[in-house]
Every structure is written in structure tokens, then in C-alpha cells.
Ligand binder design. Sequence first.
Ligand code: GLN
Ligand code: ZN
Length: 750
Amino acid sequence: MTRSANLGFPRVGLHRELKKAQESYWKGDIDAAALHAVAKDLRARHWKLQQDAGIEVIPSNDFAYYDHVLDTSVLVGAIPPRFADITDPDQLYFGMARGTAAAPAMEMTKWFDTNYHFIVPELHAGQTFALNAAKPLAHYNEAKALGIDTRPVIVGPITFLSLAKAKDEGLDTLDLIDQLIPVYADLLRQLAAAGAQWVQIDEPVLVLDLSDKQKSAFKKAYATLGKAGPKLLLTTYFGALLDNTELAATLPVAGLHIDLVRAPEQLDAVLAVLPGDKVLSVGVVDGRNIWRTNLDTAFSFVARAWDKLGPDRLEIAPSCSLLHSPVDLDGETNLDAELKSWLAFAKQKLNEIAALTLAQKQGRGAAKLAFDASAAAAAAHKASPRIHKAAVKARSAEAINLDRVSGFLARRDKQRARFNLPSYPTTTIGSFPQTKEVREARAAYKKGLLDAAGYDAFLEKETENTIRIQEEIGLDVLVHGEFERNDMVEYFGEQLDGFAFTKNGWVQSYGSRCVKPPVIFGDVSRPSAMTVRWSAFAASLTDRPMKGMLTGPVTILQWSFVRVDQPRSETCRQIGLAIRDEVVDLEKAGIGIIQIDEPALREGLPLRQRDWDAYLRWAVDCFRLSASGVEDDTQIHTHMCYAEFNDIMPAIAEMDADVISIETSRSAMELLEAFRDFKYPNEIGPGVWDIHSPRVPDQADMEVLMHKAAEGIPADQLWVNPDCGLKTRGWPEVKASLVNLVNAAKALRA
Ligand code: GLN
Ligand code: ZN
């Protein structure tokens, strides 16, 4: 019989219970036993919730105290030597994640193209592995004691090795496969011995461009693991298998999961090559977005698969683990009923899977209520004037010239004449410390304890104070400090039409950190100016140039839940038009320098290289759309962080910002080689102060970095600035660092 299945459930809890327990434990307010009790409670609640929703195949070991890739490092005994002497398992685990007094934390990076960050495994030449199966076994048994026979989830060996970092020169982590296979085989045997009939083994790297070496590693590993004991469901998600279809379909395992939300077109290709005895798990409910599933559409995939496979070979599942969606829509009292009728969080998604499974087993009539409601919501959505705004669509369809009036060199002359800045001009990236006072004032205002006038006066005082400090220190281009902003995306989303905000729509970003992405549900437009009030106020207080500060369209898109009824590029264009209007309004208000931040441009890159150009085309165009409405003598800046630019330099140059500031200090200016080799034509501010560290950089250090920059890039193209906003830093270190930064610039000029 067809089975309803889940691949993973969000861990943190509806009210972020795990976050609170973790943080109390880290502070020493509770002990490990108390933390474990909270976690055990969450697991039980989530298993029960899945069971109540009608899910037949429920995962275990999807729960992680920090991250599932970190769990895998511990599972296979890949403990970096600097942590080797920590004997307490909790201290070891969190030490690896967060660092200890003696040892820096392991690195963290994004899990494929999600906003979830995993802890990067570290492997050494001569690395050995040793199984530590305590956690998957304990969690399997824990669920069993509750009467739920789960399917344990593990990260597969090829994904693990592919994501790991080789800590020794010349080591290819894939070469460790022979050492790793026996550990996995042993784990599978132990899970089988405990009673697990199936194990879900996640190999999302199968949707990436794979090397021949990775492909043979797959064959080698699964030749052994397929025989180790339990039946294996090989899970792929976040994209299409494409050229890896045959490989994935024919590995000697009992089942394959494919993502039919991201890649619906792959169903036929997979069905064509799937061997006659294999189970197919069809991921037809979006595991990483929040829209209600159109059950009729999803069911058409189920029906096609069932036609080909017949009974006993089909599972119906989310596209990927529900880790990336919020827990429950029911508690969202801030959203109106109509909007809610278009959404589904993890719990609702499980109900959808159950309805699809029921319809498959007993016919659509058996799940009539769910199907009818889904169809009604889809029809209402299609016709809703809240979503579809003729004026926005008409404007977006207009051809708009994306070029500035003149080329960069002509603009530069006019800007130099206008601003008359010294060489090596100094500036900051926008935000200044969001102190406890700032956060408290905002909270009081939101709670109604501080009225609008009082809050406004507070913000004016903070802004003015920040301007005086910048003047005193002697910065050349000032900013207002962004005290009125809680978050660089939310601030804009709250003022744009087409956005909604949830109360509890938390998604884990890393460890105990969760984010609550805005929901872009409809056509986006800007009812009125968003930042002019603060930029104009700030400009009125000083004779120095004041930089207006905006978040760019690609970043707003990237850090939101985005509608799926139109291409992302179209939604981005609508945001780009709204930002364009804001840029023009700032110019009209006399703001001559405007920064449009795009820290997330790089992370939007598709997983497959063949899709890069198309993405970069529209992403760069949306930025240009937002920036090109101004006169030549208005100077456009952009800012990017966490970026490896080397492979996307042409796209960065095409953005044609007059000035780009970039995070470089952590890579010791390596990044600048990309700009130098490419002969980046416009001006650049390489970040000379790593604001992620509390350390106050010396003037001399910053000079060294700038000299290094000047080796490859003409000095008259260079700016001096920190590598990101200062909102997480404290005032004393900010002042001291900026004094050093300005002195470094002065020394460079001399
Ligand atoms: N202007 C923003 C700030 O200064 C930029 C933040 C970012 O790059 N992430 O905070
Ligand atoms: Zn930044």
C-alpha cells in the first residue's frame, strides 16, 4: 500500500523551546539533564503530532541539538584534534559548534541553497573514523517506547565527505571513503538490530554537478551499505537529478526519494529508469516554503507514479525535510483568514500529505473536504485583488532603461566635482551599535509603552549623536546609523504592499538562532517613501555628505518566503521598481550618495552551474533597475558580505555601482585578487576591519591591508571602510576602531 511519509520535522519547537533551553544551558542556568528533558519532550510532541496528522512513516534522528551535519561528525568520530581532550559529550558537541576558551569553533556554512547553516566537518590526512551510534539508537528506541516505529534519518557518506573540509594540503576528502564505509555499515546493522526496517539516508549532493570521483564513490559505498541490513531510502532534494538520474535510480538501495516541487519535470525521467522492485518517494508538498499545496496538481504526480509503479511501491512525502518550514499556522493570529487560507506550515503540510495518501488509496472522494478546500483557496488566490494588482503588473511590463545616463568615468568626474572627497575616502556600511537602549525603546514603542512622538524623539537623539561622533572622528561620508530599523529586510517589507509578517513563523538558521522571514504573498508596491524621513533629517544636521541606506531587491527576495505563482525574477523586478522609486525620492530630497545593499546576491546562485547565467542576468538587472533612475552626479554604492566573488566578477561589474564595499578582512584581501585580475573598473572599499570580531584593529594593520589592496588596484579607486555594518558592536570599540581607520586613511594620503 502507498504510504504517507515525512523526511524530517522542525526541531526548535513552536515557541522556540529548544533555543531557550540551549541558551540557558550555555549560560550555565540549567544543566545538561534539564536541556535533554526539554529536547525529549519536544521530540515526543513532534512524533505525536506527525502521528495525529496521519503520517505512517515518521522519522527519528532528524532531531539535532545544534545541527545534523555536526551530529554526523560526532556519529562517525570525526572530532577535530583541538577538541579531542574534551570528555563530556555535551561539552564536546557544543564546543565543536561554538568554540571553547581553548579552541575556535568549527566553520559554518549554508546548507545547499537554504538559509540553514551547518557545521562543516573537518577531516585530516590519515583520518580514522569510529562509530558512536548512541544518539540515533537512543532516539529510535525513545520513539519505540512511545509506540512509534520510526525510520531513522542519517546524512549519507558521500554528502558528508563532499561537504567536509580537507584540513591537510593534498587531501581529497573523498579518498576517505574506504575508511568511512565500515562505520556506516556498522551503524546500519545496529539500527536494524534495534528493529529499524528502513533507514532514510540523505544524499542531497545528488542534485549537484558531480565529479566522476563522486559518482564512483556512490557506487562503491552503496554496494556495501545496500546490503548492510535495513532497507535504505536514498533521499535527494532541492533540485533535479538530471545527469545523476540513472546513478541515483540504480544504486542498490530499496527506495529513492525525489523532489517534485523544485523539479516536477524529473518524474518521467526517474520512472523510466527506476528498477522494477524499488519504492519511489514522491516529494510533492513543498518542504521549504509556506504555501498551501494545490492538492489536485500534487495528486496528478501521485497518480502518474502510481500508474507506473502499482501498489506497494509508492510513498508520498514533502519535497525535503520540513526543517525549513515553520511549525504551525494555527497560532498565527496576526494573519487574516484569507491570507491564512493560502498558507501551510509543517503541521498543515503533513495533513496535506495524509490527504493525498488517502485519496490515492480510496479515491479523491475520500479526501473530498481537503481537496475542495485546496481548490477553493487556489481559485480565490488566482482571482484575488490583494495579490494581483493591475497597476503593478503594468508598470513591471514597461521597458525601463537599466543604464545610468553616462558611463562610469563620466559619472566619476561629476561626482568628484560635486563631493570633492579626499583620496582614500572613509565611510561605514550603515548601521551603528544597536544598543540595549535602542532595542528597549523599540520594544516599548511596539508594546505601546512609548508613544510615536517619544520614540521618534529618541531616534532623532541617537541619530544626531551618531552624526556628531562621525564628524568628530573625521569620516568623509556619513550615515545616519539605522537606529529605526530592526532588520534590514523586515524594515522595508513592513512598508511595502504585498508583504505579511508571521508571529511564530520561525525557521532555524543555525544552532539556537532562528529567523522569521517576511512572506511576499502579492504584487509588491511602495505606498510611500520609506527612508527619506531619516536620511533627510540626518542630512540636515551636517555639512558632510550623508549616505542614504537601502536594502537591494535581490536581498529582500532572498531572505523572504517568496510566492511561487510567478517567477522569482518577476517578484524581484517588482521590488526593484519599489527601491528605484525610493532611490529617486532620496535624490530629490538632496541625498547625493545612496547605498543599495546586496549581501545576499551571491547566495542566490542556483545549485547547478548551468543555471547561473540566467539567475545572474535577472538578479543584476533588478539591481540596475533599482539604481539607474538617478543623475550622473548621484553616487550609487552597494555592499556585499560573506561572498566569494571570484566566479561571479563579470556580474558584479555589470551591476555598475559607482562604489562597492566588500567583506575582505577575514580572507586577508584574497578577494581583492579577483577584483585586480578582472580589472574591476569602478571604485572599491575593501573592508579593513573585521566587525565580526570584538577586536579593535590597529591603524597599522589597516594600513597594511590597504597597501596590499593598492598593489593590485589603482589607489584612486580605493575607499577605506569596515567590512560590514556595526550594529552588533559596542560603542567604545566602534569609536576606537573608527579613529584608527580614519588615521590609516590619513597616513595613506600622506
Ligand atoms: N547596511 C547594513 C548594515 O550596516 C548592511 C548589513 C549587511 O551587509 N548584512 O547593517
Ligand atoms: Zn555586510
